[in-house]
Design a protein around this ligand. Sequence first.
Ligand code: MF3
Ligand code: CO
Ligand code: CO
Length: 278
Amino acid sequence: MTIVIKNAEEIEAMRRACRLASEVLDMLTPHVRAGVTTKEIDRLAHDYMVNVQGGVPATLNYQPPGYPPYPASLCTSLNDVVCHGIPDERPLKNGDILNIDVTIIKDGFHGDNSRMFVIGEGSIAARRLVQITYEAMWKGIVKVRPGARLGDIGHAIQTYAENAGFSIVREYCGHGVGRRFHEEPQVLHYGRPGTLEELQPGMIFTIEPMINAGRRDIKEDRKGNRPYDGWTIVTRDRSLSAQWEHTVLVTDSGYEVLTLSAGSPPPPDFVTPALAAS
Ligand code: MF3
Ligand code: CO
Ligand code: CO
């Protein structure tokens, strides 16, 4: 299989799907606070995607080989959960950090977007992890232009995160996205400059680093003697983990972030208008 280069029509459809994914997060934002359960957040998102946006939650019953069907309309990864957390009945509490990852299918195309939320004030350490992870994602995004290589993106993210004293999860990566949820290429969040696939206009992929406050190792979340849910991944050392995700188009001159909407947090200061112009 090879990397799909999207044509003008497909790019337009991806712009729409990606904006909707971001708007789900905008809609959820005022609800993400202490006392609310992640199941309630999932329900709000499900109904919005289906009834307001006329889309389909891509994660609901999503079943890659070797996995059980994913049982919710988004992922909620709390504190030491690295990714693929399943919404449940536990209320959020002050000091929690939460990733909400939304993927919607609209007119056959997938928009994939996630943000971090700090419940209440949050500790200085937690806020720093969330902030550095956001900046690390953007360090990768600004590398995107024709002629650059995937290794340039991974290297920029890894260097930034590790210089801050954090570690990069290796087992999960960004991915091409379009008519299929997970397409080629794999977008590693670590690597060496000048290596791997060369970027070409019309490629669309996600950049979604998972960054741990402690060691990079992960494990399946097996709670006591209950059976594993098949999805939830936690840090092996139970340190905090953060993740942000954007879907990005390679343009003729640089990049266009597709998963933007009115409520998207602004890019960090190092993202100059010249870099962002596409
Ligand atoms: N949205 C995730 C990603 O960024 C994938 C979630 S798959 C699920 O690739 F089944 F866990 F929902
Ligand atoms: Co993704
Ligand atoms: Co996602």
